[in-house]
Design a protein around this ligand. Sequence first.
Ligand SMILES: [Mg+2]
Length: 253
Amino acid sequence: MIGQDLNVQMIHLAAADFINFPIYVGNLDYTQRMKPETLIFDLDDTLYPPDSGVWQRIGERINLYMHTKVNIPLAEVTRIREAYFHEYGTTLRGLQILHHVDALDYLSFVHDIPLQEYLKPNPILRSRLASLPQNKVIFTNADRAHAERVIDALDLGGIFEQIIDIIAIHPYCKPQPEAFQIALQKLGIADPSRCVIFEDSARNLRTARSLGLITVFVGSNGQFSGAHLRISSLDELMKIFKPDFSLTIRGEE
Ligand SMILES: [Mg+2]
């Protein structure tokens, strides 16, 4: 139910065509209320805090893989890894395109870390997610096996209906628009404006927003303001939902 609690006049704004539903003009801001049908969660550094140590450990494994398996000199690894990340979206895609690396071999190697040392069950997050009636899915540039291990480590089993992983969106990856389009297709989502995506990556959110999804930046670092909503961590997840599980976002002015 959109804007029923606002004594406002409904208009349509061409400037807000990025979302395909009415905009309401209130006294202060253009705001709109929507009831999402699907909640899409990034995995790493979104389901758990970025200071957990997981990503640092994965990064060390990526460096080791590049050096020992692809024979990239140690002194060059960091520069090349950053270049691939920016040029191809992930280090893996760069290694596949330029070095014909096998994706499954790479993914199993870099994610071979003792997750239980870094992640603990999160019963509060579990109960919050369970209380939300929407479909909940994972969309990650990692692989399904890693996603399932993270979910197990956090004790979030049974919460997510589907996992869209890097294999499912081959040959693309976030932040490429094609990756999101494939994900939406696999999820059977015809109307992106009914989806809310939670992400710690600004560039991924930019693509998501350009495709019409409702975007929530999850993170306390940086000054990213390009998302519809922002929370510092999933600890604040319930702050954005009203009791009827709708949420209010500001339209573009
Ligand atoms: Mg992430």
